[in-house]
Design a protein around this ligand. Sequence first.
Ligand code: NAD
Ligand code: ZN
Length: 352
Amino acid sequence: MRAGEAYPVEVGCGLDVGALAAAALEVGDCALLTDSTVGPLYAGRVRRSLRAAGWRVLETVEVPAGEGSKSLAVYGEVLRRLARAGLMRDGALFALGGGVVGDLGGFVAASYMRGISLVMLPTTLLAMVDSSVGGKTGLDLPEGKNLVGAFLQPRLVAADLGFLESLPRRELSMGLAEVVKMGLLAGGRLFGALQRLAEALAGDAGALEELVLLSVSFKAGVVAEDERERGRRAILNYGHTVGHGLEAASGYGLAHGEAVAAGMVAEALLSRRVFGTDLVGLHERLLREAGLPVRVRGLEAAEVLGAMRRDKKRRGGEHRFVLLREVGRPVWGVEVGEEEALSAVEAVLEAA
Ligand code: NAD
Ligand code: ZN
């Protein structure tokens, strides 16, 4: 499929990455960025496909798996490896991995020689449905997550569902958290496809393909309207205001998808208060089917609110939320007072 107008997004099984990239951009020199888990599994296959289509793979850079690689130190090391390999301004970078490799590779591509072409080869469900599309790239600082970054749209996104076969089930759930979010925001066919969450979690290829295709086209459509997040793109933060607060208050011990799952339940409670629509039970059922928790243990509501207050996405005196008027009808920028926010957060916390 073609998402938005700018670049193709291909979803399928056993994709010929080299040929797809040759169709999307001019064949020439390139480098492959991956991590220490994905590289040994898939880098060889990807290199063969690239070479068969005429690409010259000058270098494969393998960074340690995990969020720690979204750092200035690793970023600097990757830049130097590309420079030593002789990659030039007309070269391309292929980012083969999850959201970490995508965010790091994206920022490398945005800044190396003032910008080179980027191809996203997402290997986690989260990266396929969320981080590889939208053009946000970035690194973490010790002071906070995603504090450095740039917008760079990739030239091609090729999501090979075959990669998901080796992905641990828990990581599938992390991606499904964003799929549930997008289904609730989108309504229509994507919401209908949430009936297949349990199948998707069990690894059913048909269910995964349908959910990935519909989610990625929804995200691409929202982003195409508002690349720089000045308006409607903000709806994609549904569940993330409380979710980020939970993540930060846990010292990032809580996984993002789990925090967003509980965050969506809290924000569904707020939606019920503000709009009178009760979608709380629906949220809980869908999230459970996706293998996600709907409550979080061992945190204090006051700490979570404190973390929400420090979140860079918040401005002004009140807490601003994306809330759901009903399925498929999100409203963004809804201001909610401290007391109400506190009680919604308390409702998703359990004593340790
Ligand atoms: P990740 O990249 O760390 O991948 C999770 C784990 O799965 C890693 O250990 C990885 O090595 C492993 N893995 C990846 N693919 C695999 C496969 N096919 N088989 C087996 N193991 C595999 O994490 P993630 O959840 O993909 O992404 C999280 C990151 O994405 C965060 O840094 C977050 O900030 C970022 N993100 C960015 C955006 C954006 O718009 N740019 C959106 C959402 C999240
Ligand atoms: Zn998220």
